[in-house]
Design a protein around this ligand. Structure first.
Ligand SMILES: [Fe+2]
Ligand SMILES: [Fe+2]
Length: 183
């Protein structure tokens, strides 16, 4: 069949999307991966491995763009009493990234693989709840230009995703994430 490849870079800058819409879309995408992992059959190691890898990739890129662009903007724009929410977010990212690093050596079927994934997903869900209930609304009220910030986030995300692809992406578990972390 001559299916035209119409994708390559299909996640380009979403039109009329602001920073918060973009980040929320990332959150929903990763939650889908968490759900799929939970539904995977216990012995479907291939599915679990793929889902964990995808989740680690998505989360790593998401954390980088938030830490490089969103959190500094929030720190600057928020009222003094709300800055604690940004500080907490950094600490939660640190914990999530520590668990992501464990997947550098864990393989599906290993002791601790499922447990690590579960704890990681619980941490992320908690973190996402806090961002969406507190940090994002505060940011929206702060008057920051969320559309301009969204453009920057989308561009940086694209760049990181391309780097992952170029690195052969689907090889988390070896070194693609430490590679991207150093980007
Ligand atoms: Fe975050
Ligand atoms: Fe987030």
């Amino acid at each position: 069949m001559n299916t035209q490849s119409k994708e390559s870079g299909s996640t380009d800058t979403p039109a009329a999307s602001d920073a918060i819409a973009l980040l929320k879309a990332d959150h929903r995408a990763v939650e889908k991966l968490f759900d799929a992992f939970e539904k995977a059959a216990d012995d479907d190691l291939e599915a679990k491995g793929t889902l964990a890898r995808r989740a680690c990739e998505e989360l790593t890129v998401h954390a980088i763009i938030e830490e490089e662009l969103l959190y500094p903007a929030a720190h600057k724009a928020l009222e003094k009493q709300d800055e604690i929410d940004v500080d907490e977010a950094y600490v939660e990212h640190y914990l999530v990234k520590t668990l992501i690093e464990k997947f550098d050596s864990l393989r599906p079927g290993d002791d601790g693989f499922d447990a690590t994934f579960k704890v990681m997903s619980e941490l992320v869900k908690h973190h996402v709840e806090e961002e969406e209930a507190e940090l994002f609304p505060e940011l929206r009220e702060s008057g920051v230009d969320l559309v301009a910030l969204g453009v920057k986030l989308a561009a940086r995300k694209n760049e990181l995703m391309n780097k992952l692809d170029a690195a052969g992406s689907k090889l988390v578990g070896d070194r693609s994430l430490s590679f991207i972390r150093a980007a």
